[in-house]
Design a protein around this ligand. Structure first.
Ligand code: IMP
Ligand code: MG
Length: 175
């Protein structure tokens, strides 16, 4: 496995994102906490680290989706697997995701929350920009990465790699 981001590099990225997000939500009142929604499963470690940087009131929720890809881009569809528990109407929602690839997952989630009356922002750790098929505004991006399959720090490489404390590119034979 090639290490793409070391533990120290991830720490720096998460700190920088924390500073940006703290500035963005600095006016938040106790009576109207930001609803931070983690996208299961990949975002669980990133979310745990990021949220501990936050200096504004938060409430936590989780959502899980799965995407069914087909040969044609236009028919790619995303399904909700686990519904969130908190009603997002009228809330400030920060969606926390591990990686954006084609963009369909985050495009779906952004729309899902906007349709339900939320004021949405997205924090995504990794951006495989060269793979984008649909534009999605992402307010907070950790790092652009090359088009390789990545594992570790929550990302699933098809094996035991989710728990790795760093992010590595998976060589096909390793999966
Ligand atoms: P998108 O809908 O194509 O943007 O895909 C985003 C989702 O695909 C992420 O939530 C990840 O779960 C998964 N994904 C995309 N690239 C990788 C990768 O390199 N490693 C692990 N998961 C990935
Ligand atoms: Mg994911």
């Amino acid at each position: 496995m090639d290490i793409i981001l070391s533990q120290a590099e991830i720490d720096d990225i998460v700190c920088r994102m924390g500073i940006e997000i703290n500035a963005f939500y600095r006016e938040t009142k106790e009576s109207d906490p930001v609803l931070v929604v983690g996208v299961l499963n990949g975002a669980f470690i990133f979310m745990a680290d990021l949220i501990r940087k936050f200096q504004f009131p938060v409430e936590v929720d989780f959502i899980q989706i799965s995407s069914y890809g087909t040969s044609t881009v236009s028919s790619r569809s995303v399904q909700l697997v686990k519904y969130p528990q908190v009603s997002p109407a009228g809330r400030h929602v920060l969606i926390v995701e591990d990686i954006i690839d084609s963009g369909y997952s985050l495009a779906f989630l952004r729309e899902w929350y906007i349709k339900r009356g939320a004021n949405v922002a997205i924090a995504v750790l990794l951006d495989k920009y060269s793979r984008r098929e649909i534009e999605v505004p992402c307010e907070f991006i950790g790092s652009q990465v090359a088009n390789r399959f990545l594992a570790g720090y929550g990302l699933d490489g098809g094996g035991i790699q989710r728990q790795l404390p760093y992010i590595a590119a998976v060589i096909e034979e390793d999966v």
